[in-house]
Design a protein around this ligand. Structure first.
Ligand code: FHN
Length: 442
């Protein structure tokens, strides 16, 4: 399809209709895979024999590793077992519709062969394959959208974040020329990523450094959308994000298409689109000794909770330096896939219902886009009856539990709403869980 070039004015004053069209696939998708992958997977949380606390991809900062020493890890990065198609299949089988991978994290290392940098997989780590091209090819083949995370902060570039360059042990700043980094390095890199791999999303991060301003954000956002009008860009391209809650400061005029809560789920629905990015254990980048895994049940509940509030769930994996997604992650994603196989109609292409569930209630609701098909989702093993206070089936309509053939007996009362009778075989069988989806026409 031919895309028309947009003027700056058109981009900054986009109509609601144009915005809705651009966001459509993303809003319908609901569930994506986040991949944090880079040289930090080599130490995998342990530097000089010492376990380094905190998230794995921050090891350079946390352990105060000088650039030249960290570069050794980058040289050792050798993903011999990387199989892009396998990764895409893992995501697809989990029910995910898109993937966001770190093209460059804060450590500055690029996963593709960048023309403006030698600090990348091909030039520096001598990896012959184009890692991102492989992923793009596999994603296209399996109809999965691919987007790139890109860190504005860069601990390797002398003009980007001085305190990290070249050595933590000095206080000396190298008088960084940040705008040169932006013009001669960051923007050319972004242009390469857009032109070579045609990403569906650009996912910025590291925008909190003092050098990055609202003007940089607006300039970068409009410049990218002129290059690719249907590109979706997160709010971290600008400076409106409020801490880990990730939504923009109220009333501010910020660019960016969606908010980015991090490791948390909003308490209620929002007008502004949002995507909660979360880890399965306590790190984004691979750490060999982090075994604090969330259960598949928790992850499925998170997906339901987020979808019911109109958000997307971007769930992270941190592959090893050899290129393997940790088995614990693979197992959990497979369980999510089993659940999605039966229940995904209550997730994809659904809309939020405002003020639907009560605080502390183990119930969530979603609604099919455009249709009057509603889902009441129970997040705990059902008892003999269940009430869904906001659902009212049409007279004579069938109420069903997804995955169970027989329609359920129901009554409607003005006070308690819809009361369902749960058959014994459903109550006694945990296979319908860990989130029980009741479908109602009404
Ligand atoms: O510092 C990063 C962190 O390493 C990770 O990439 C997360 C993912 O959203 N974002 C940052 C902190 O906001």
């Amino acid at each position: 399809e031919v895309q028309q070039t947009l003027t700056e004015e058109e981009i900054l004053n986009e109509s609601e209709q144009a915005f809705n069209e651009r966001m459509e696939w993303w809003r319908e998708a609901k569930f994506g895979l986040f991949i944090h992958w880079g040289p930090y997977a080599v130490p995998a949380g342990v530097h000089d024999g010492q376990e380094i606390e905190g998230i794995g991809e921050w090891i350079m900062d946390r352990a105060e590793i000088p650039v030249s020493e960290y570069e050794e890890y980058a040289r050792q990065f050798n993903p011999e077992q990387y199989d892009a198609e396998e990764w895409v299949k893992i995501a697809k089988d989990a029910g995910m519709k898109y993937i966001i991978i770190t093209s460059k994290h804060h450590d500055g290392f690029g996963l593709w062969d960048s023309e403006v940098s030698d600090y990348d997989a091909v030039d520096f780590a001598a990896i012959e394959q184009d890692l991102l091209a492989d992923l793009k090819k596999a994603a296209d083949k399996h109809d999965i959208k691919l987007g790139f995370y890109y860190s504005i902060m860069d601990w390797h570039h002398p003009n980007a974040q001085a305190p990290h360059y070249p050595d933590y042990n000095t206080d000396e700043k190298s008088n960084p020329n940040f705008d040169q980094y932006v013009e001669n390095y960051m923007k050319p890199q972004l242009k390469e990523l857009v032109e070579k791999y045609d990403p569906a999303v650009l996912w910025f991060d590291g925008e909190w450094i003092p050098e990055w301003t609202h003007e940089h954000g607006v300039e970068t956002y409009t410049w990218l959308r002129q290059m690719k009008p249907d590109l979706i860009i997160n709010n971290r391209v600008d400076v409106g994000r409020q801490g880990m809650q990730g939504m923009n400061e109220e009333g501010g005029e910020f660019v960016g298409d969606f908010g980015t809560p991090e490791q948390e789920i909003l308490e209620s629905t929002r007008e502004f689109d949002w995507e909660a990015c979360m880890t399965m254990n306590d790190t984004w980048g691979y750490k060999k000794n982090d075994d604090n895994w969330k259960s598949a049940e928790t992850l499925i509940h998170n997906l339901v909770d987020i979808a019911s509030k109109g958000g997307n769930y971007l769930l992270n994996v941190g592959p090893t330096a050899e290129g393997l997604i940790p088995q614990a992650s693979v197992d959990r994603l497979a369980k999510m896939g089993d659940w999605m196989e039966v229940n995904s109609e209550a997730i994809y292409e659904t809309e939020r219902l405002q003020h639907s569930f009560k605080e502390g209630e183990n119930i969530r609701y979603t609604k099919q886009k455009g249709d009057s098909v509603f889902y009441g989702i129970l997040l705990e093993q059902p008892g003999e009856t269940i009430s869904f206070s906001v659902l009212r089936p049409d007279e004579g309509s069938e109420v069903k539990l997804l995955g169970y053939d027989e329609p359920l007996k129901w009554e409607f009362g003005e006070d308690e709403g819809l009361a369902l009778q749960v058959p014994d075989e459903v109550r006694e069988n945990t296979d319908f869980g860990p989130a029980w989806v009741f479908k109602v026409q009404g």
